[in-house]
Design a protein around this ligand. Structure first.
Ligand SMILES: Nc1ncnc2c1ncn2[C@@H]1O[C@H](COP(=O)(O)OP(=O)(O)OP(=O)(O)O)[C@@H](O)[C@H]1O
Length: 424
C-alpha cells in the first residue's frame, strides 16, 4: 500500500541487521520541503511516497512511471534526529567492542547530509549524539575496564587532507606507510584529542567547525565540495586480564554527488567536481572489490578510501545513509542517488543469501554467493579554542569502564598513540 508511512518499525528488526559483520547497509532519508520551497508553489509538490506497511521501500513517480526502491530502512521527512540515531546507535556502540564502523552520508548538495551528520545547534545529528553516547557508555561503572576515547577531524578537499582539530588547519596532511615494517598506514601530524568530559565534546565540535570555516570564504559552498570525517577511536584495557581492544567509528559527510554535466562546471569548479567524482567512484570501486572478494582492492585510488582502509576492510561494518531531496526539480539526481544506493545494497546481498540476510549469522556475511557484482561509479558531478589535547602517548580516561561483551570483544596488542594508524 502506498502512502505516507507511520514512522516506526518492528522492534528489534534492524538490531539484527546491524549486528552483521562485513556487510554494508543502506538507509535512505528524505528531507522535508522547506517553508521557502512550500511558498514557491512551482516546486513544492513531492514526487516521493512511502509504504505504510514496509519501512524499507520508497516510491518515486518519474516521467509517468512509478519506480520502487528497496533499501534497509527509509526515513520519511518527519523522522526526527533522535529517531534516525536510534537506528544507528547499536552500530555506533559496537566500536566499544572493537569493531571498525563507517557511516557515510551520500547525496546531492542540499539533500540533508550535513543535517543528518552534524545537525543544527539545537538539534544535533549523528556525530554529536554518537560521541556523547560513547562517552556515557564507557564512563558507566564496570570493574576492570578502562577506556580512552580520542577524536580526530579531517576534511578532504581536492584530494588534500586538512587537520581540523590542529593548530594549523591549513597545513596539508599526508598518509604514509609506517617505516617499522608493520604494514600500517598513519597520518603524521594528525591531531587526536582525548575526550575527558562532556565539555570537551562541545569544544571538539566548536573547534572543528571554526577551523573548517577559517580557510574558506563561503562555508556552505566549501562544505558541499569537501568530505568531512569525524574519526572516533575507542581503546579499552582490562586491568584484570590484560586484554586490550580498539575500535574506530568513522562518520563521513561526503561531498555533494551532483553530476558535472548538469552543473556545467569550469575551471576550479571543474577540478573540484573531478576530485569529488574520483573519490566517490573510488568508494564505489572499493565496496565492489571488497564484497566481490577481489584479490586487489583499490584503496589507494583516492584519499578518502586510503584513509578509511582499515574501516572498510575485513569484519568492519558500513552504513550508507542516502539523502534525498523531495523536490521535483531534484528528481533526476534523486533517481541517480537511489540507483547508486540500490547497487551498493545489491553488492551486500552477494555477501549473504536474501533468505538469511534478516537474521544475524556472521557465517553467511563473509561468504559471497556471487564472485562479483559490478558497481557503477556513483553520479557526480579564528583562533582555536583551548582543548585538552592528547599527548603523543595519549592519556587515558580515569576510572572509565564498562562490562564488555566478551564473546565479541577482540584483543589487540597495540593502542593508538596519538597517530591515526591504518592497516594496509
Ligand atoms: N531532516 C531535516 N529536517 C529539517 N531540515 C532539514 C532536514 N534535512 C535538511 N534540512 C535542511 O535543508 C537544508 C540543506 O541541508 P544540508 O545542508 O544538510 O544539505 P547537504 O546535503 O549537506 O548539502 P551540501 O552538500 O551542500 O553540504 C539545510 O537548511 C538543512 O537545515
Amino acid at each position: 500500500m502506498i502512502g505516507t508511512t507511520e514512522y516506526g518499525m518492528e522492534p528489534g528488526k534492524f538490531r539484527r541487521l546491524v549486528g552483521l559483520k562485513g556487510n554494508i547497509r543502506v538507509f535512505c532519508r528524505v528531507r522535508p520541503v522547506s517553508q521557502e520551497e512550500q511558498d514557491s508553489a512551482a516546486d513544492a509538490k513531492t514526487m516521493l511516497s512511502f509504504d505504510s506497511d514496509d519501512d524499507a521501500v520508497l516510491y518515486l513517480a518519474n516521467k509517468g512511471k512509478m519506480m520502487t526502491f528497496e533499501l534497509d530502512k527509509v526515513f520519511p521527512p518527519q523522522a526526527t534526529q533522535q529517531e534516525v540515531f536510534q537506528e544507528v546507535q547499536s552500530l555506533v556502540t559496537s566500536c566499544i567492542d572493537g569493531f571498525n564502523v563507517c557511516i557515510f552520508a551520500y547525496g546531492q548538495t542540499g539533500s540533508g547530509k550535513t543535517y543528518t551528520m552534524e545537525g543544527v545547534p539545537d538539534n544535533p545529528g549523528i556525530n554529536q549524539r554518537a560521541l556523547r553516547l560513547l562517552f556515557s557508555e564507557v564512563t558507566e561503572k564496570a570493574p576492570d575496564w578502562d577506556y580512552k576515547i580520542s577524536v580526530s577531524m579531517v576534511e578532504i578537499y581536492n584530494e588534500t587532507l586538512r587537520n581540523l582539530l590542529g593548530e594549523n588547519p591549513s597545513d596539508k596532511l599526508d598518509i604514509k606507510m609506517n617505516p617499522d615494517g608493520s604494514g600500517q598506514l598513519y597520518v603524521p601530524g594528525l591531531t587526536e584529542f582525548t575526550v575527558q568530559s562532556p565539555e570537551d565534546i562541545n569544544r571538539v565540535f566548536e573547534l572543528g567547525h571554526m577551523n573548517r570555516a577559517t580557510a574558506c570564504t563561503n562555508l556552505n559552498e566549501h562544505s558541499s565540495r569537501s568530505h568531512a570525517l569525524l574519526i572516533i577511536t575507542v581503546s579499552g584495557f582490562n586491568s584484570a586480564t590484560g586484554n586490550r581492544t580498539q575500535g574506530k567509528l568513522n562518520l563521513v559527510d561526503l561531498a555533494g554527488s551532483e553530476r558535472i554535466g548538469k552543473s556545467g562546471a569550469e575551471g576550479s569548479r571543474l577540478r573540484e567536481a573531478q576530485c569529488i567524482n574520483k573519490s566517490l567512484s573510488a568508494l564505489g570501486d572499493v565496496i565492489n572489490a571488497l564484497r566481490g572478494k577481489h584479490s586487489h582492492v583499490p584503496f589507494r585510488n583516492s584519499r578518502l578510501t586510503y584513509l578509511l582502509q582499515d574501516s572498510l576492510n575485513g569484519d568492519s561494518k558500513t552504513l550508507m545513509m542516502v539523502q534525498v531531496s523531495p523536490l521535483p526539480s531534484n528528481m533526476s539526481e534523486s533517481v541517480c542517488s537511489l540507483k547508486f544506493a540500490q547497487r551498493v545494497r545489491s553488492v551486500e546481498l552477494s555477501a549473504s543469501s536474501s533468505s538469511s540476510r534478516r537474521h544475524e549469522n556472521s557465517s553467511t556475511s563473509s561468504s559471497p554467493t556471487h564472485d562479483s557484482i559490478e558497481l557503477d561509479s556513483p553520479p557526480v558531478t579564528p583562533a582555536p579554542l583551548p582543548l585538552s589535547r592528547a599527548s603523543s602517548a595519549g592519556s587515558t580516561l580515569s576510572s572509565t569502564s564498562r562490562t564488555p561483551s566478551s564473546s565479541r570483544r577482540r584483543s589487540q596488542s597495540q593502542l593508538s598513540t596519538g597517530r591515526l594508524k591504518l592497516t594496509a
